[in-house]
Design a protein around this ligand. Structure first.
Ligand SMILES: [Zn+2]
Ligand SMILES: [Zn+2]
Length: 155
């Protein structure tokens, strides 16, 4: 997605969910590491972590945009831009924004190995290989086996 497409998406969401125009700039900022997006109090622009877009449903991205637009519209209306106000919580709920920006590396992106217990079927999602000689199922002490190795997403 380009910055132009992001800008258009933010404008559309603003009209559709907030019934107010977004008159500033929205752009991707690949320097954002742990946050999904930021609303800037000084220039009213919004920057978005490009890793938040899945390229398909844009579901996470839309949640983040709604979140940042809550800051935007409340701030421009003279309210606090903080998270812990009644206005922010109400507005966020009303538009269905995400409460927190998801971590840059989502859990699924970090998980590389899935193991399953041969006895009780419990699954273990791990970022690193498990030493199957040393480790057994924590629930039933059954043997674990590797179900699949997930290809690392281009995160
Ligand atoms: Zn926020
Ligand atoms: Zn088990």
């Amino acid at each position: 997605m380009t910055n132009e497409q992001l800008q258009k998406m933010v404008e559309d969401i603003s009209i559709k969910y907030f019934a107010k125009p977004f008159r500033h700039r929205a752009y991707f900022n690949s320097r954002l590491k742990t946050t999904g997006g930021r609303y800037h109090l000084n220039d009213h622009n919004i920057d978005i972590n490009p890793k938040m877009d899945d390229g398909q449903t844009h579901e996470v991205l839309i949640g983040i945009i709604k979140h940042e637009l809550c800051h935007y519209h409340l701030h421009l209306a003279g309210y606090s831009a903080k998270h812990n106000t009644k206005q922010f919580k109400q507005l966020l709920k009303a538009v269905g924004g995400s409460r927190y920006a998801p971590r840059t590396q989502t859990r699924t992106a970090q998980i590389k190995y899935i193991y399953r217990c041969e006895r009780c079927g419990l699954e273990y999602h791990r970022r690193r290989r498990i030493n199957l000689v040393k480790y057994v199922c924590g629930r039933c002490h059954g043997r674990l086996h590797l179900v699949n190795e997930i290809q690392q997403q281009g995160a």
